[in-house]
Design a protein around this ligand. Structure first.
Ligand code: 4AD
Ligand code: MG
Length: 459
């Protein structure tokens, strides 16, 4: 269909005075005696373009449906200067109704709550807020690929269906093609009859396959959906979320912390340049100071603290936490929030966690009690990255798998990597939605995924 993106009207000064054809959905409209106005948006940018209809040139009946909110129209008209020097509007000479809309369109003029908008995931992207969120999501994904490509990482695709639980947390969604069968006597018998002849699930992380690829290609990253049947209904957990997982051979924990820092800084800088109108919008509407915060992230160093010292900081905080603070216990959201929002007031890597509370694959430190693992915590959101050097020693890894009661046969190939040319290697997983929450100021993960999958909710 012949037309130009509305964005071009603002970008291209030469279009002033020219005749153009544009398309879009009506976001607001006003009708007066001699002239009617419709602000339309086509998704190419945050700003709308105002269409001016001289009523003496249009049949009133033909014009009326063009002013309905949500209607899709195609307009031919002349580009004119708007109220401000740099603003533009289009004086219509012709208009076609592409798709009608009526008073039952849910996005009428008033400002809607986020809760209400979650009930209409198929329409909410037509609001300024979600239009901006998903433009930033797209640009963020691009920035991740750009950073990775520039720095020599290969993009690899890890499987969605898997036979092992990478995190060992028992949060795997089962993949099965057979239903309830009362004649089946045991789990073993059930799985033997099933599609793969064994149990299978949706991946919680592409890491294990990522390690395979890194021990041949050197530097790789996976970037795709991961799934967790976490029974927690929180603003930060989704059952389906995207992870970027770089995996790097010949890299220790300090190297990977450096790489994670560079990636975060690079993608934040990219967004500051390429999503300026969206970030300004979020700064005004959702998180005052957002842009200053992001500039700070791009320009200054992140903090780093040992887990053991973080425990001391929390103990000395004078705060009454709901969950206990003790060496050996995992940090809860309230603890993470104190460290990021009150103590450091910037992103912080908490390093060297107790071995017992972390995953089986992490490199054991010489003290025998801790692992070379770190979480990157950020103000307002908490953990956005889970990161570690991997255990490269065959015997240690085997013992860890056995002591955790994991099924050895599921990890035979993974163990092989430690048998043949094992090297120090490290990686991390950055949660795309958590990162998106951090850069937009959205406080609920349901508002950075168009079709959020969370406990008891699938629309
Ligand atoms: O810390 P996690 O569990 O680490 C891993 O999965 C590693 N295998 C990654 C690796 O080293 N390759 O998850 C990584 C990140 C978290 O820091 C968080 O940002 C995000 O994934 N995440 C979730 N995001 C939304 N909803 C959930 N339920 C999430 N669980 C983890
Ligand atoms: Mg984690």
């Amino acid at each position: 269909m012949e037309h130009i993106d509305l964005k071009k009207i603002h970008e291209n000064a030469e279009l002033l005075g020219k005749t153009v054809t544009v398309c879009g959905w009506v976001r607001t409209s006003r009708d007066s005696k001699n002239v009617a106005f419709a602000e339309i948006n086509d998704g190419s940018e945050l700003e709308h373009v105002q269409i001016v209809f001289d009523k003496n040139k249009f049949d009133e009946q033909k014009l009326a449906p063009m002013l309905n909110l949500g209607a899709a129209i195609k307009v031919v008209g002349t580009v004119e200067r708007g109220m401000k020097e740099e603003s533009r509007e289009i004086r219509a000479t012709d208009v076609v109704l592409l798709g009608a809309s009526d008073g039952s369109y849910p996005l009428q003029k008033k400002r809607h709550t986020m809760e209400f908008l979650r009930t209409i995931p198929h329409l909410r992207v037509r609001t300024n807020t979600f239009n901006a969120v998903f433009r930033v999501r797209s640009e963020l994904s691009y920035a991740i690929h750009e950073f990775s490509h520039k720095n020599g990482y290969y993009y690899v695709h890890s499987p969605i269906i898997t036979g092992s639980d990478c995190e060992g947390a028992g949060e795997v969604f089962k993949v099965t093609t057979i239903g309830y069968d009362p004649t089946v006597k045991s789990e073993d018998e059930y799985y033997k009859k099933d599609f793969f002849g064994r149990s299978a699930g949706l991946t919680v992380s592409g890491q294990l396959e990522g390690e395979v690829m890194a021990t041949a290609l050197g530097k790789i990253y996976t970037f795709g959906p991961t799934f967790r049947a976490e029974n927690s209904n929180t603003p930060r957990h989704a059952a389906e979320f995207w992870q970027v997982e770089p995996e790097v051979a010949f890299a220790d924990i300090d190297d990977i912390i450096g790489i994670a820092t560079d990636m975060i800084k690079s993608i934040v800088s990219h967004l500051l340049t390429h999503c300026a109108p969206e970030l300004k919008f979020f700064d005004e509407r959702f998180e005052n100071g957002l842009i200053a915060k992001l500039r700070n992230v791009a320009e200054s160093d992140f903090a780093r603290i040992d887990y053991v010292d973080a425990i001391e900081v929390l103990k000395k905080s004078g705060k009454q936490f709901v969950y206990p603070v003790e060496w050996g216990l995992d940090l809860q959201t309230e603890h993470e929030r104190y460290l990021t929002d009150e103590y450091f007031k910037k992103p912080v890597f908490v390093v060297n966690y107790p071995r017992k509370i972390k995953s089986f694959y992490m490199k054991q430190n010489p003290d025998g009690k801790t692992v070379a693992a770190t979480d990157l915590l950020v103000p307002g959101v908490g953990e956005i990255i889970g990161c570690s050097e991997r255990e490269a020693d065959y015997d240690k890894l085997l013992a860890e798998i056995q002591s955790r009661g994991m099924k050895l046969s599921d990890y035979a190939n993974y163990l092989d990597l430690r048998k043949f040319g094992s090297v120090p290697h490290s990686g991390f997983g950055l949660g795309l939605e958590r990162m998106l929450m951090y850069v937009t100021g959205m406080t609920n993960i349901r508002d950075v995924v168009e079709f959020a999958r969370t406990k008891d909710d699938l629309k």
